[in-house]
Design a protein around this ligand. Structure first.
Ligand code: NAD
Length: 343
């Protein structure tokens, strides 16, 4: 059975999810939708993705020489699941339209948690997501935090997390965001919202986060301090992380990787599309354990980390696969994700 999937919003996240859907043998991409006739709309046409637009925008697209397949409503009429990848807060406005068309919904982390029945991360709550009408794939930073917390929790137990998040100032394509030459407390008030967002998936967790935004577009970096349920050794932590899906270990001493610039270069050398690195990267050298206290650095490629979780979310709402390890295996194989060591 192939589930019919539509993507509303074909920007940073939407175009990556569309490419990932097109690679799945249990999904059919019925189309993508955009509001503005720009280079991303041209890309959709070039890739052969049927392009749908709001009814009042058809003329604008045609005036720009971009042929459209129909209206947004036409697209929703053919879909069983819609992935909403519109800018934060816009998805909630579309929800009544999605409901009218009887399509299941996968929203992104820029939406408030109540937009969907459940905030989602494959490693943490896949079984709970099965057959739901709507899910919200949490943001890039929250996805990075949840991947490591749930992997460690399953193996060793996690009691509390304190994290400092160093956020990229903008995505590479953005030319109106910053900072350009500053480190901005983001927000100045503590804690930052990221911990609360983790709790939308793990309400029992004692977590507090702080964040600053810096002048880079490549990736986010997190410093984590995790209190485990019992004392562990560095070797135990590394063996859990080596086995964990969607987490890779980078080494400064062995591979000479100690920055996001080198990670991005590595992804470019691998020939990854758009230099994407959907895996969470943990620096092995930074993994430090004292009794039951664990500290480490990790990096998050904000543009791509949520893509595998979007694919799993589609599988969960459509009940295509009930076993989380099987959807992880299928998604990761089709997307070429690594686990273990970056080398
Ligand atoms: P984006 O601006 O790159 O893309 C948004 C797309 O939606 C564009 O194609 C735009 O033309 C279209 N759009 C704008 N207004 C629309 C409307 N009213 N109706 C339909 N389409 C509209 O945004 P993005 O970075 O892909 O973010 C999408 C969602 O993903 C947000 O919730 C965001 O918080 C979340 N997210 C973003 C990142 C990231 O780093 N970029 C990471 C994780 C999650």
């Amino acid at each position: 059975m192939r589930v019919r999937v539509a993507i509303n919003g074909f920007g940073t996240i939407g175009k990556r999810v569309a490419d990932a859907v097109a690679l799945q043998d249990d999904m059919e991409l019925v189309g993508v939708s955009k509001t503005r006739p720009n280079h991303e709309a041209l890309l959709a046409v070039r890739k052969g993705y049927p392009l749908y637009v709001p009814e009042d925008r058809v003329e604008a697209f045609e005036a720009a020489g971009i042929k459209v397949a129909g209206t947004l409503e036409d697209m929703l009429g053919q879909a069983e699941v819609v992935v909403d990848a519109t800018p934060g807060g816009i998805g909630a406005k579309y929800k009544p339209l999605y409901e009218r068309h009887g399509v299941k919904q996968v929203f992104q982390g820029g939406e408030k948690a109540h937009v969907a029945e459940l905030s989602f991360n494959t490693m943490c709550n896949y079984e709970d997501a099965l057959g739901r009408r709507s899910l919200r794939v949490v943001s890039c930073n929250t996805t990075g935090l949840l991947r490591i917390i749930c992997s460690l929790h399953r193996a060793l137990g996690v009691k509390a997390v304190r994290a400092i998040i160093v956020r990229r100032g903008a995505d590479p394509k953005e030319n109106k965001r910053g900072p350009i030459n500053s480190i901005v407390l983001n927000p100045p008030k503590l804690p930052s919202h990221h911990g609360e967002d983790v709790k939308t998936v793990l309400p029992w967790l004692d977590i507090m986060t702080a964040a600053v935004a810096v002048p880079t577009t490549l990736m986010h970096v997190h410093f984590l301090n995790i209190r485990l349920s019992k004392p562990a050794s560095k070797e135990q932590i590394l063996s859990v992380l080596e086995e964990a899906p969607r987490i890779v270990l980078a080494s400064s001493s062995k591979a000479g990787i100690q920055s996001t610039a080198e990670l991005v270069e590595y992804a470019r050398d691998l020939g990854r599309p758009r230099y994407d690195l959907p895996e969470l990267v943990v620096w092995e050298d930074s993994v430090t354990v004292s009794g039951n206290e664990l500290m480490l650095f990790q990096a998050v490629h904000q543009e791509s980390i949520v893509v595998p979780e979007n694919i799993d979310a589609i599988r969960a709402v459509a009940k295509l696969e009930s076993d989380p390890s099987k959807t992880i295996e299928k998604t990761d194989k089709t997307l070429g994700l690594k686990r273990g060591w970056l080398n």
